[in-house]
Design a protein around this ligand. Sequence first.
Ligand code: ZN
Ligand code: ZN
Length: 418
Amino acid sequence: MTTTATLTDTRTFEEKLDLFAQVAVNVGLGLKPGQELVMTAGLETLPLARRITEQAYKAGASLVTTLLTDDAMTLARYEHASTESFDYAAKWLYDGMAAAYASGAARLAIAGGNPELLSKQDPDKVGRANRAVSQAYRPALELITRHAINWTIVAAATPAWAASVFPGEAPDAALAKLWEAIFKASRVDGADPVKAWKEHDANLHTHAARLNEKRYSALRYRGPGTNLELGLADDHLWLGGGGTAKNGYYCVPNIPTEEVFSMPHKDRADGVVTATKPLSHLGTMIEGIQVRFEKGRIVEAKATRGQEVLQKLIDTDAGARHLGEVALVPHSSPIASSGLIFSNTLFDENAASHIAMGQAYISCMKDGDKLTDEEQVAKGLNQSLIHVDWMIGSSELDIDGVTATGTAEPLMRGGEWV
Ligand code: ZN
Ligand code: ZN
C-alpha cells in the first residue's frame, strides 16, 4: 500500500496508524493492566488490528483474542450453503464472548466492512442469518448495552469501503484517501491525539451538562426547509462522550464521536424538517427527505429520490413514524467539514445534527431502566423495531432551547454552539 504520497503532514502512514491504535486502546477502551481484550475484525483490517494488539499489550493486557471474519467466506455461505444454514449461528462462540465479558474482558470492534457486501444476496437469507446472530449474540450484547464493561468501536479503511466512498478513484488512491479521512475524523492528525481526545471528551460532557441543567422542554429548529418544534421527553437526559462502565473503567464507546444526544417526546414534534444529507438505508440512497410532524407523528413524507423506501421505512410499525433520538453536532466538527458520505453509521451519525425515527435509548431517560414499559412510554419514550438517523444539521441551522415557561434561548446559530 502506498499511502505516504497523500499525507498532508510529516507523519508517515505507519506512525498515524500507531497513534490511532493508541487512541483506540487508551482513550476508546481505557484498557486496564491485567485486563483481557476480545477484538473482532475483518481480514482486511489486519494492519490496524495488529497495531491495536501491540498497544493493548503495551497497556498491560493479559491476553488479546481476535476473531477474524473474511468477506469471501461470508459470500461462500450465501452461494453454497443449504437454505437451513441461514437459521444457524455459532452460539457457542457468542456464549464464549459473553463469558469473557462477564469475567472482566474488554471489547473492541473494528468496523469498516464492505457496506454492500450482501446487497445482491437473497434478502430472506440475509434477514434470517441476522436474526440467528442477534439471538445468539443477545447475552453478550446485553453486557455491552448495559455498559457492564469497557468497550469501543473504531474503523479501518478497506478497499471495498474506500471504493464506495470515493467512486472513480484508483483503488490505492481511494484507500489512502479513506484512511486520511478516518484519521482526521478520529482526531489523530493533531500534535497529541490522546490529549486532544481528553479535551474533546470533556467538551462533550460540558455541553451535555449545560443542557441537563437547562431542562428545556423543547427545541426549536429554523433553517432552509425546516421549521420544527421538537418536545423533549419528561426526565430526558443529554449524553455525550465517554462514561464509566459498571466495571469501573472509563471508556469512549465510539471513535469518532461528536454528538450530544437525548430523547425526544414521541408525541410532541410539530412542523416541517428537511434532511441536509442523503440517507443510505439498506443499500438505497434516499435523497431530499422532507417530513411534516403533527403531535409527534409523521403525517407527510417526501423524498426526491428513494421515496418508496422512505415510505416502507415509516410504515414498519406504529413507532417508525415517531422520533426516538435527537442529537446536536456542530457544523465545524471534523466529519462534517470533510463533506464526505461515509455510508457507515459510526461516521455519518456524527456528521451533523440529526434526529432518528424509531426506538429511543433508555439511557436518555433519568432512571428509565427502573420504570415499567408503560411508565417509559408515558414519559414520551418511543418504541419501534427501527432506529434510523438522518441528518438535519447545516451551517444555516439555528436552534433554540425552549424553557418550561416558553422562553426561547439561543443554543446553536449557523450550525455552531452559541
Ligand atoms: Zn445519534
Ligand atoms: Zn441514532
